[in-house]
Design a protein around this ligand. Structure first.
Ligand code: EPZ
Length: 439
């Protein structure tokens, strides 16, 4: 048996939706808590499959973790294990984040290579090279990254590191490792994403000395020990952006909170260019004011550029625009797999390399579609909300990884959507692979 979504399109939405805590902050802050030899509390933690999986990794390291509603208590007074288990790491790439904190605390860490996924090979070379710069000896044998502090020293040593690419994960791994290193570390060409800033703020709440998070240059002065903190995670900007598109694509006026509008500057600007206004009803509330959907070109870039995690959702919107949009995915090498599924719904899209040319059509038609990755699944739901007829979305395990109660939230806005369980024989397998790494 498998659960699928039945989405019956063309129901206008209305009302207000609550935005959950940010998945990509929660996952890395759970790793960050391992830096602290005292209990820490994280609030506004979203109830997601990925968060549960990260909790399994943390527990597998011998760390106490208690979850109650949106609160996580993590007590890393003792980290009993320096090796993260492959069977868990292979299910969640973000579990690789534990390498920095475990290495910084124990002087050794062994974490299996996370491997690729649907959107790309997802290498960790920038993480590895940065840890080596911080004084770790890093070897990769049989798919396991083994890092230990060189020369029998107890602590890593601060270093000046330039990141060839502003990798979010590498910036976070190295910032965490540097918080307990001896001396000062500079991360140049660092990622500026809000989740990086949230991690820095959490570490600072634990007593870390970090300056410049959110800019291209982050300075960390290592301290010997951190202390307990009680920290509230920022709202999920990608979930909020997804609901902004839900309003735009269904031509509905909906509002949402809590949001941090500054985290959505690029997405809001693009929506305005595409004919949808976004009003700010209060410092943490946004409201969609829809209009005729205009075509606009999109190129994904590291923050503060247009976010790759919003590319699929905006492509769904552009399929109904009154012109041609050129959408270029520059961050991941294989993040256009939702195109084939949108085409099944009548979208007119041509792909050449990492560029998709979308010619707007008057209407999409509901069809059975299969989600290929987290944000593609959201895009297919959005397309189904606007399409004529019923869309059956399969591959919901992708959706459950990153969206808390999406079906319930959309129903709350008046969407005609239900999650049903059907015999597996009635569902297709993943779309025909083109030799891409499996999820
Ligand atoms: C984080 O992934 C997010 N995941 C992704 O969100 C997000 O799309 C991405 O940042 C970009 O914003 C989490 O935070 C858990 P990167 P991450 O390192 O850290 C290359 C979602 O949908 N690279 O910035 O893995 C890499 O291959 C997910 O919520 C290297 O070459 O992203 C990619 O092409 C998807 N070597 C580019 O950098 C490295 O060592 C950006 O990757 C690391 C990365």
């Amino acid at each position: 048996m498998e659960s699928v979504l039945y989405v019956r399109g063309r129901s206008p939405l209305s009302g207000h939706v609550t935005i959950s805590g940010a998945k990509n902050a929660a996952l890395v802050l759970m790793a960050g808590a391992l830096l602290c030899p005292e209990p820490c509390r994280l609030r506004n933690v979203p109830n997601l499959l990925d968060v549960k999986r990260m909790g399994q990794i943390v527990r597998a390291l011998g760390v106490k973790l208690d979850a109650h509603e949106d609160v996580l208590d993590i007590d890393a007074t003792h980290i009993g294990q320096s090796q993260a288990p492959y069977e868990l790491v292979s299910q969640l790439r973000a579990s690789f984040f534990v390498i920095g904190p475990v290495l910084a605390r124990l002087g050794i860490a062994r974490v299996p290579l996370p491997g690729g996924c649907a959107i790309g090979a997802r290498p960790v070379d920038l993480h590895v090279r940065g840890l080596q710069a911080l004084g770790a000896d890093v070897q990769i044998h049989h798919g396991v990254v083994r890092a230990c502090v060189r020369g029998g020293r107890k602590r890593l040593r601060g270093a000046k590191i330039y990141l060839d690419y502003p990798s979010v994960g590498a910036t976070e791994t190295l910032m965490m490792a540097a918080t307990l290193a001896e001396g000062e570390t500079t991360l140049d060409n660092a990622a500026q994403e809000p989740e990086v800033v949230d991690l820095a703020n959490f570490c600072r709440a634990m007593g870390a000395k970090i300056q410049g998070a959110g800019t291209k240059t982050i300075r960390i002065v290592g301290v010997p020990r951190l202390h307990t903190a009680d920290y509230r995670i920022v709202p999920d900007r990608i979930e909020a952006g997804t609901f902004l598109v839900a309003g735009a694509i269904t031509q509905s006026e909906i509002s949402m909170s809590p949001v941090i509008p500054d985290h959505l500057t690029a997405a809001i600007a693009k929506l305005r260019a595409m004919g949808t206004q976004v009003a700010m009803d209060s410092p943490n509330t946004l409201r969609v004011v829809p209009g005729p959907i205009e075509a606009a070109d999109i190129e994904t870039q590291p923050y503060p550029g247009f976010p790759t995690d919003m590319q699929a959702q905006f492509m769904a919107l552009s399929t109904l625009s009154n012109g041609n949009s050129v959408i270029t995915e520059t961050v991941f090498e294989n993040r256009l797999r939702h195109v084939a599924e949108l085409q099944r719904m009548g979208a007119d899209i041509r792909v050449k390399g990492n560029i998709a040319v979308v010619r707007g059509v008057p209407m999409l038609s509901g069809a059975p579609v299969v989600a290929t990755d987290l944000r593609a699944s959201a895009a297919l739901v959005l397309a189904g909300l606007a399409a004529d007829g019923k869309t059956v979305v399969q591959g919901l395990h992708h959706l459950d990884r990153g969206y808390e109660n999406l079906t319930k939230k959309l129903c709350g806005l008046g969407a005609n959507i239900e999650r049903v369980t059907v015999p597996s024989c009635e569902t297709a397998t993943e779309p025909l692979e083109t030799g891409q790494p499996s999820v």
